[in-house]
Design a binder for this molecule. Sequence first.
Ligand code: ASP
Ligand code: MG
Length: 409
Amino acid sequence: MALIVQKYGGTSVGNIERIKSVAQRVARFKAQGHQIVVVVSAMSGETDRLIHLAKQIQAHPDPREFDVMVSTGEQVSIALLSMALIDLGLKARSYTGAQVRILTDNAHNKARILNIDETNMRNDLQAGYVVVVAGFQGVDEKGNITTLGRGGSDTTGVALAAALNADECQIYTDVDGVYTTDPRIVPEARRLKTITFEEMLEMASLGSKVLQIRSVGFAGKYKVKLRVLSSFEEAGEGTLITFEEDEKMEQAIISGIAFNRDEAKITILDVPDRPGIAYQILGPIAEANIDVDMIVQNVGHDGMTDFSFTVHRSDFAKAMGILKKQVAPHIGAREVTGDDKITKVSAVGVGMRSHAGIASKMFRTLAEEGINIQMISTSEIKISVVIDEKYMELAVRVLHKAFELDHQV
Ligand code: ASP
Ligand code: MG
């Protein structure tokens, strides 16, 4: 008997038929004698619908009220799924995040989980219930409803698995695993049987959209056994996320080509080249809760330098505003320019640690297609480039081919 946390995403509970089919899958696991905690997202499209409603009243909705509203999508799903389970003759009980008491900080719209009270869940599991928990939400110390950011139900699933010390956390979605790249762009893309946590972190943060990045970090930290599978298939082993040190097999050099369309680049021209300048530029950006990704500072010339960095496209206008109004006049920079038509493309693989020449192969492949590289960043297991968004699909296709990702077994 195992304790399994299963998380079902929006498309997996997208309509009544799908909810019934999820209930049947849960019932099959229950019949095998397992204890099951189910985490569900809102029905597909529902969160977007709610956000659209809010924006018709306030262009930038009040963060607290926004959370009160968008958290309702998941509340509908947990009740419907519990009814479907009860209808199959199972014992089931639903909980909102606040009812479990998933305690978070008070950063509305992107709150972090601080603590999970397991008491209710443990008691219910002992008594033979399937526990159904609303993803994406929690409650702060003062009782305010909070949400964890788009895709946050993955994080709820992993966090519950960690708190309950579950044997496995299964993330059911509309794809049957993690692929070498997006099959909509490269039809030859293959499902990976395993991928390491480190690679998955890079793939997720680079926009591979299979799992919310924070959930992968969480799983790595608490050693949660994580598997991504399709809820549209009867059987299938999906992709298991492993730890590199457990990996006995020969590693592929590159595991995948990831990309992120929603990037924007900001450059501050002619900044005085002196200590503290990076802090003066990026401090106010961090204070505004804007995540910065790639950062490049040029070699100084005549006491001046240029400074560029990338942000998520949705933060672009806000970041430009801060730099133009608060930062540039203050530090005496000449100009702030921006480009929100860029994308980041990356080659990811732990095998890179032991192989030279990956970067030059990547740059040569892009050069042969006439694709200009605007920024480069590297880590031990990835190489990322920023390019014009109009070349993104081409870049992904040629890199996937160059690294022979369609060939491996
Ligand atoms: N319903 C939320 C969203 O669409 C959370 C989730 O699905 O994970 O972002
Ligand atoms: Mg999702």
